[in-house]
Design a protein around this ligand. Sequence first.
Ligand SMILES: [Cu+2]
Length: 687
Amino acid sequence: MEHDISSASHLFLILVWLMLATPLSAKTVKYDLTVAKTKIYVGNESRAEITINGTSPGPVLKFVEGDDALIHVHNELSVPTSIHWHGMLVPNDMDGVPYLTNLPIPPHESYTYKFLIRQSGTYWYHSHFGLQEQEGVIGAIVIAKKNEKIDDGDHVIVLSDWTHECPSEIMRTLKRGSDWYSIEKGTAQSLVGAIRAGRLWDYFRRELLRMPPMDISDVAYDAFLANGRRVLRIAARPGQTMHLRFVNAASMTYFNLQFAGGRMKIVAADGQDVEPFDRQSFLMAVGETYDVLIRVPAKGAYELRATAQDGTGFASIWIGQGSLHTAPNMPTPDLYRAMGNLTWRRVFALTPQGTMGMNMTLMPMTEHKEPYDELRSLHPTNFASSTQVQTIRLTLDGDMKRYVWLMNNHQLSPRDEIKIKKGYIARVMLINRTMMHHPMHLHGHFFRVLNGQGDYDPLKHTIDVPPMSTVVIEFQADATGDWFFHCHFLYHMESGMMRVVHYEGYQPDPKVEAVRSQLYHDPWYAWGEANVLSQMTDGFLTTSNTRNILTAEWEAGWNNVPNTEWESILTYGRYVNRFLTVFTGADILRMGENPSQIGRGIAGLSYLLPLNFESRAWVDSQGGARFYLDKSITLTPRLALMLEGEYDTHDLWYGKVRMDYLLSKSFSGEVEWASDYEWGAGFGWRF
Ligand SMILES: [Cu+2]
């Protein structure tokens, strides 16, 4: 009898334990995502893009907080892929960064991502492999709070940028320092443009400070899209309150959002609720999400327009039916003026610490900016005051000309991991020393943005660091692992602006660690230029990675000289910073009355002088030396005046003046006077 009572009470205890251990609402939500190459149409134009279940963006993944996500990803590509859950607090080994947290998913294989949904709000997912994000591997995630009803007024809008060009060709074009995209977009700056804008002094000061012309987005896009369309229509009832969940899944484009039907109420940023506030318009950085409430006016269809920050195009979202009410055109940013403001900031930035203080400074570039100052969390976000703080200083650096983007002046390497102490507060100062915005994204954490709201500073996973500004963020170091921290401009990340946040003592999966070296892979890009004129020819072939540059140059002339003269220079250069490169190599030349070939070893340096004069000096193995001075003046976006002078202890002075008019991305017409070969005309080819 006693025995029976005991087993009954055991059974009861087990039942109670089971009830407590399994929350009633918890369920497993499964998705199957097939990543494959498909032809995508934008209007009448098509391009082979990568889709998820046949579309780009892929399906919206819907969950309820507390669910278990089970996502089977099937790779039908001929190359690997890997999916990252952007803004999601997943275990490190589900984060989808190839070679860091996961092995890439090989072609025609599948992988299952499994994680507990520990949050609610609007997030997204994208491929973290190569440049696949630009090719369309993007999609949204919507997570309802427990007991939250998502009604028919709730819509996800995924914004993106679209180009005909293959992303690897875009990367190579950027690497070779081509200005073509800014010419295509009509945002290229020139001397004549500066005079017309009344900004000659700003232009001169920029040159004096050795800055490149200001740019907002490095790539020229063919279209800007909302849910894969230039024009998206959303049905709505008059007077209805709509909940719009914006995801900026573009590769390189910030969007200005403006609604023709009234103000927008921002209720959440990066998935986290904020105290609601109204905005007429606001700027949205790459990688961010915003939840916005709008009220549909009584009559008509109203445009909500997402304009690319550089003003080169927009996506339209039409809400409601009836007569059309367009949103106003966003003024195109005045790059000359912005540049003027920034160069002053550059002057002031030369304080002992080289920073502008701890407060977030926003660029006075346009009236439209991120709503960061107003973001205020609904709940206190401060940490226990007893927690120890670890301060991390990260500079964002870059060289527009070689298209190298760095953090703390280094590319990603095992040495430069950011080592985090578990349990500490990591306070990170992000110091942007470049003339571009950088949307910095931290995986696996929310950080507080120190924006002056005190205990209610907002939580985010992505933050824009405007040009020449400092932003301070801090997070509780409580998620052991190796987390990626990078600029979410795809081509900036790909050219070096990324770091690994490593928790001290964390041991990654040995299988992933075995291929970690792939993460540090530093690809070489090759390009060249050939100029063929009636009296001479010159050009070069270059191949380069982040720090190393191999160049073969030639020059030959036949006019006004007794015999054809030629010279060939081969160098290996080591890039020190955006001003200085040191090199060594060989110089072979044939010239003079009785031509004979001379070969000599050379060693020297290239240095960028104030006013953007490029200088180069070398000494040679025969005890000689040479000095070059080059200057290129962009008169109009397509017309450049190039001046070159050189002095060699062997063959004395030589100089040339060339006018180059760009006909297309690759070709230009040229007229030149060279001191040895006199006048000539011809063509230039960049490849
Ligand atoms: Cu960047």
